[in-house]
Design a protein around this ligand. Structure first.
Ligand code: NAD
Length: 478
């Protein structure tokens, strides 16, 4: 018997309490050694006026146990409530989201009988950093942040996961033909880190065609690693085409803590009726057992679950008269899994989990020599003719900086713009050092001169070279 491992459990809202009770019963019957601390999160906490949906005492438990098994919660309608998932992920630094999407043909209906894909999604960065601005009356902006250490962590995690789980291939999806700097960094790190794993096959797809291939022939993929936004969208697509979002669990892994859950929500209309399928949460709990090193218990639960599915004992959501044998409720489904502990599936593939190991997920920062060469000043101006704006702005030239280019929505409109180019009221005005390098004092005093012309400055970005490589993109048409 393993030593009891403390974990924090939240029973959640809607169908949450029922599927959590079923899950915990199965874990206990399989001999999982858990010391459970229960916390309250979700609707009741939100409705008490706590906009985060979680009490300070719950954080203490999470910090102590570092392992969180979470049932789905209901986020109340209306503004002001913060997403508990996003808060938990960010507060605990859960950088990796791991979602196995497996089909259980012929027992669960799917067009992809041989699908077995694990989506490893970066969880903290990209457009999900939540840094947005309204720059002008007509222009809003969301920053897409891709960092070197953040990307390195998720890519290393994907390769380590693949190796530990006897996977053969790791695929990377990005859109680096368009976002050469951000997605380009992610792709470059994938190639560099991939070289440390000669035993694994590696490939990269542009996300659009990669997603199309994944939806069409998912059996050609194995582990797929992606930045946050693509991963968010494509992990739902993958779970859905595998058969049902109701069957997938997910792990959110950080350096200091981890959270395990079903991918579906609290299904309030099904609550309290002993109808819900506990499988998503149970498979999330299997990932948790592997994480805490109880690999034998994890395999015991997982194989008993596979045998139950194979025996045609199904909840209403996956019940199909031609393959199912018995339609059961949440409790009866849990009883059926418990009755099969120690058994393995015969047609579906049985699972086996290896004990721990793996290399630590290292990451590092780049040191580079930065040289300032100019500044992009974003001004709000309600005119239409870029040459008129340029005449005004050129009055701000001086002290070694001169207007080089104006772009609007990323497209060069001055010098030599096209009259057909559609423009809005926020203009990027690029000033470059006439002799190359400039100082911050020069760019700051330029800002003063632009403001002195009566123009409204929305923001500025410094233009830098890092070890001689430009740290800024050219405008389209520049
Ligand atoms: P949902 O996943 O709760 O339900 C979608 C559909 O799937 C419904 O028809 C539901 O009946 C069915 N379903 C979901 N889980 C099932 C299960 N285990 N067994 C059988 N059927 C199941 O999504 P929704 O309706 O968009 O959201 C409901 C609530 O859940 C909202 O308040 C939402 O904010 C919340 N939510 C929470 C989480 C989370 O806590 N991780 C995730 C998604 C949604």
């Amino acid at each position: 018997m393993s030593k009891k491992v403390p974990i924090t459990v939240a029973h959640g809202d809607g169908i949450g309490p029922e599927i959590m009770a079923a899950t915990l019963r199965i874990l206990e019957a399989a001999g999982a050694a858990l010391d459970i601390e229960t916390i309250e999160i979700g609707e009741k906490v939100y409705l008490r006026g706590n906009t985060a949906g979680i009490e300070p005492s719950a954080w203490e438990s999470l910090r102590r146990t570092k392992v969180f098994l979470k049932a789905p919660i209901t986020t109340p309608q209306g503004g002001g409530f913060k997403s508990l998932n996003v808060t938990t992920r960010k507060t605990l630094g859960l950088f990796a989201n791991v979602r196995p999407c497996v089909s259980y043909h012929p027992y669960v209906k799917t067009r992809h009988p041989n699908m077995n894909v694990v989506i490893v999604r970066e969880n903290e960065e990209d457009t999900y950093a939540g840094i947005e601005y309204r720059l002008s009356p007509n222009v809003t902006q969301c920053l897409k942040l891709i960092t070197k250490p953040g990307s390195e962590k998720i890519i290393r995690y994907a390769f380590e996961y693949a190796r530990q789980n006897h996977r053969k291939k790791v695929t990377c999806f990005t859109k680096d033909n368009i976002m050469k700097m951000t997605d380009g960094l992610f792709h470059k790190l994938f190639d560099e880190i991939g070289a440390e794993y000669p035993d694994l096959e590696k490939e990269h797809w542009i996300v659009d065609i990669g997603a199309a291939k994944m939806a069409d022939t998912p059996e050609t993929f194995d582990v797929i690693v992606m930045p946050n936004l693509y991963g968010d969208i494509l992990s739902d697509v993958a779970a859905q085409i595998a058969g049902s979002v109701g069957l997938a669990g997910s792990a959110n892994i950080g350096d200091h803590a981890a959270m395990f859950e079903a991918i579906h929500g609290s299904a309030p209309r099904r609550a309290g009726q002993n109808l819900a399928n506990p499988s998503g949460l149970l498979l999330g709990a299997v990932q948790m057992l592997v994480h805490i090193g109880q690999t034998e218990e994890a395999a015991r639960v997982h194989n008993a679950w596979l045998k139950t599915i194979e025996d045609g004992i199904h909840t209403y959501d996956i019940f199909k008269p031609d393959v199912s044998k018995q339609k059961v409720g949440t409790k009866e489904f849990a009883d059926a899994v418990i009755a099969r502990i120690g058994q393995k599936p015969e047609t579906l593939q049985a699972v086996q989990y290896a004990a721990g190991g793996g290399r630590p997920i290292t990451h590092s920062r780049i040191e580079a020599n930065a040289e300032l060469t100019g500044v992009d000043v974003y001004v709000n101006w309600n005119g239409y003719r870029a040459d008129e704006l340029a005449v005004t702005l050129q009055q701000a030239n001086g002290e070694g900086l001169a207007l080089q280019m104006i772009s609007n929505r990323g497209v060069k409109v001055w010098p030599e713009g096209m009259p057909e180019t559609f423009t809005v009221d926020n203009w990027r005005c690029r000033f470059i050092g006439e002799k190359g390098q400039v100082t911050q004092q020069q760019t700051v005093s330029l800002l003063g001169r632009v403001a002195g012309l009566g123009l409204s400055i929305a923001k500025m970005e410094h233009l830098q070279y890092f070890d001689g490589v430009p740290g800024f993109s050219l405008a389209q048409g520049q």
